[in-house]
Design a protein. Structure first.
Length: 488
């Protein structure tokens, strides 16, 4: 017997020109044609050729399972033979792990339920002994182009142009070529003492390290608890037990259960307790990759001239979100007043309740501005606050070993459930406070405050306080999102 299932990353709420509430339905498998047809819909979709010159999309990938097994394996997708009804089109990727579904022309507004047919690659036989599951994750396209690293502010070890003196002049990234890390004019440096403590091996950022100049897609939201539960439920039992995170309600994380029935009562909330190894496993399984700290700054700032000490929304003042309505639902939002001219984010949680993660994209709703929604330049949400974003740092050996074109293949190491991608920072060498491991934390979290101390600058875009002090274990305020840099 074969069955057809679907997963949709559902996040309610809206913001002008930002997509949300993606849904997949009516999944049908055609034995003779070797295709899967389904309907997809989402709200507030866009494609524009004016600033920010980008579009939203759905990253769609498929898993299959033999009816006698409970282990969902990667189902690769053909390089061609796909169709999508208007107004959508299918964009393929060279490794066939998934596809992007996006608007075919400029436009704004909701995408009504629209039919898409994907032709499968390695079609399993016999056909009547396999189940199929379709997953969809919201993404945002980031176009190729120059941008700045560093804000010209006083953040801990933030990037600047060499010889410009602290706080210094922001450094402009104009290509993906190798960059010399040196305190001399025209080179990349940071707000350090005479010798940088956070330097790449050999003082060179390798040409293969993703610098953010090249175009890429990035998850609109941080990985959610619902997404992580579905990830665990798709693995073999030993892999799932190795990757499980059961926080027993800690800091608003409600993931619970046993394999293969992990569940959460708050699927839309950000997934915290997400150590580097667990994030890498999720990204490998979904065909994505960790982003670099350079790409993180581009997501926040875009092509804009930096504002000193800025947050993700392009300003340097913030209002803490703390009064919640519809708490625990897919409409969870903060309703306290936003001070004029400030951005809105989940931070300062040590001060008073609620202490912990909020629904991803909680601040975005109809009519909100970029500041009110706490959005980055291209439409990515929660880049400041909620959970720390794990990135690959230009620190230590990572800059010579981490490869821009290395992505997950949908398949993990048997037994441990670790990612097995050649060209990522190895999760087994990332330890709490480990030096030169290459994994870093950006954007701050719900537990961070805003103040004058070095640690209290962590919420700001260019802060590098945790560039050499990552976490291998799970922690109450750790999370992240994925990117994809290779597509047709």
């Amino acid at each position: 017997m074969k069955r057809l299932l679907f997963f949709c990353a559902v996040v309610l709420g809206s913001i002008n020109c930002f997509a949300n509430n993606i849904q997949v339905s009516n999944v049908v498998y055609n034995n003779g044609a070797g295709t899967v047809t389904f309907n997809i819909s989402w709200e507030n979709s866009w494609r524009v050729n004016t600033a920010p010159n980008n579009w939203d999309a759905a990253w769609v990938f498929i898993k299959r399972r033999n009816c006698a097994d409970q282990f969902w394996k990667q189902q690769f997708i053909s390089a061609g033979g796909h169709t999508a009804a208007s107004p959508l089109q299918v964009q393929t990727v060279p490794d066939s792990v998934g596809v992007f579904i996006r608007r075919s022309a400029n436009g704004n507004g909701n995408i009504a339920s629209t039919s898409v047919t994907l032709k499968l690659g390695d079609v399993p036989v016999p056909l009547n002994e396999w189940d199929f599951k379709v997953f969809a994750v919201e993404m945002v396209y980031v176009p190729q182009g120059a941008f700045y690293l560093g804000s010209g502010g006083t953040n801990y070890y933030e990037f600047r142009e060499g010889a410009s003196g602290a706080p210094g002049t922001p450094y402009q990234v104009t290509s993906e070529n190798a960059i010399t890390f040196s305190n001399s004019a025209g080179n990349l440096w940071d707000n350090s003492a005479a010798t940088s403590a956070y330097a790449p091996t050999g003082n060179v950022v390798d040409a293969n390290f993703p610098k953010g100049y090249r175009s890429f897609y990035a998850m609109k939201y941080e990985v959610s608890q619902g997404q992580y539960a579905d990830f665990l439920n798709s693995l073999a039992q030993d892999m799932a037990i190795s990757r499980q995170i059961l926080a027993a309600g800690g800091y608003r994380n409600t993931l619970t259960g046993t394999w293969p029935t992990y569940t959460t009562t708050t699927p839309g909330r950000a997934m915290n307790y997400l150590g580097w190894g667990n994030l890498c496993a999720y990204l490998d399984w979904s065909g994505l990759a960790p982003m670099s700290e350079m790409e993180f700054e581009k997501l926040c700032r875009g092509v804009s001239v930096p504002v000193a000490n800025e947050f993700a929304w392009g300003g340097n003042t913030a209002t803490r979100a703390f009064t919640l309505a519809n708490d625990g639902t897919n409409q969870e939002e903060a309703t306290n007043t936003i001070a004029p001219g400030t951005g809105f984010a989940n931070f300062g949680g040590n001060a008073s309740a609620p202490q912990g993660v909020f629904r991803v994209g909680f601040a975005a709703k109809a009519g909100t501005t970029r500041f009110e929604a706490g959005a980055g330049y291209y439409g990515n949400m929660d880049l400041t606050g909620n959970v720390y974003e794990f990135c690959t740092a230009i620190y230590g050996a990572a800059t010579s070993t981490f490869k821009w074109d290395a992505h997950g293949d949908g398949q993990l190491t048997l037994g441990s459930g670790f990612s097995n991608v050649n060209g990522w920072v190895n999760q087994t060498v990332v330890a709490d406070g480990g030096a030169a491991t290459g994994a870093c934390l950006k954007g701050g979290s719900w537990s961070d405050r805003i103040g004058a101390s070095l640690e209290d600058q962590a919420l700001r875009v260019s802060n590098r306080y945790y560039s050499g002090n990552a976490y291998g274990s799970n922690n109450i305020n750790l999370g992240g999102r994925g990117v994809r840099r290779v597509f047709n």
